[in-house]
Design a protein around this ligand. Structure first.
Ligand code: G3P
Ligand code: CA
Length: 295
């Protein structure tokens, strides 16, 4: 009898140690490790601004072209116009892509839509005049596709670096209207924006954009600190400028359960190197080249 008690006590102790160890392991990042390394052929192809080396960026033509060239997802940037419409454009200033002086926030959507969005395009193909689209118009285009295409929506800040009031809510409303919550990822360099989106719509996937500016802002710390700072945001993905994605940083992100994407990868050597690491998605101005090299 005494022997049985001793065995039972030892078994209970071992069980407790194993449970605590498992709990501790599970709690290191505070999240599940659902993201996994991908074979290059599984890498999601994201057309950056629709694929801005192939067509005028952030236009309906570029998005359709990116999809036709085999993108699994399109990436676009949004701002708010003076009358509160979601305008798809990269810069807060109208000048680079339309030639018009002034900022998006100074004009109504109708005034902006009257502009031709080809100014920044220097690629080889000739394109007709292109309007600046609203997010609603891009969603209409996505809804018409014969295969499902995901969307990465980058929420930008204004010309002063401030958040547009209500932009997160406006984006979420459009995604709901088109039944696109599950096909969308919200990305931003502005992390308070991501936290606001999470608060308003927890079902949306979020991606924290990491640039050199961010790495400098946290004091050029080592991979472990960088990875933990992103994991602490409780986002599903990190999307980092590919120049800073070392194998060590990659492992630190993965060990915290983060999905990993990189931008903007446009040449063959870099595409092959980054894809071989096992990232979830690659964002490129050449979705055609990604398709050719990876699939
Ligand atoms: O997808 C991320 C990438 O778009 C971030 O850079 O400057 O092109 O918006 P940027
Ligand atoms: Ca962007």
């Amino acid at each position: 009898m005494g022997c049985y008690r001793l065995v039972a006590a030892r078994a209970a102790t071992i069980l407790l140690i194993v449970s605590v160890a498992l709990l501790g392991f599970g709690c290191t990042s505070g999240r599940t490790t659902s993201q996994h390394e991908r074979e290059p052929s599984e890498t999601v192809i994201v057309a950056h601004r629709g694929g801005s080396l192939l067509a005028p960026e952030n236009t309906l033509a570029s998005f359709q072209n990116g999809i036709d060239e085999g993108a699994d997802a399109i990436e676009l940037d949004v701002h708010l116009s003076k009358d509160g419409q979601l305008i798809v454009m990269h810069d807060p200033s109208l000048y680079r892509t339309t030639g018009k002086e002034g900022y998006i926030s100074d004009y109504t959507a109708d005034e902006i839509k009257a502009l031709d969005a080809r100014s920044s395009y220097s690629g080889q193909l000739a394109w007709d005049e292109q309007r600046v689209p609203t997010l609603d118009e891009v969603m209409q285009l996505l809804s018409r596709q014969i295969r499902p295409v995901d969307v990465q929506i980058e929420i930008k800040v204004d010309q002063w670096g401030n958040r547009y009031e209500g932009i997160e809510q406006a984006v979420i409303a459009v995604l709901h209207r088109y039944g696109y919550i599950e096909r969308a990822m919200i990305i931003s360099f502005d992390f308070p924006t991501l936290l606001e989106v999470k608060e308003l719509e927890p079902n949306l996937r979020l991606g924290a954009l990491v640039s050199r500016a961010y790495l400098q802002s946290i004091g050029l710390k080592g991979p472990r600190v960088v990875a933990q700072s992103i994991a602490d945001l409780d986002v599903e993905y990190v999307a980092i400028n590919y120049a800073y994605l070392s194998p060590t940083l990659y492992s630190e992100f993965r060990s915290r359960g983060l999905g990993i994407g990189t931008w903007t990868v446009n040449n063959e050597k870099d595409i092959r190197r980054i894809a071989a690491m096992g990232v979830d998605f690659i964002t490129s101005d050449r979705p055609d080249l990604l398709r050719q090299l990876l699939h």
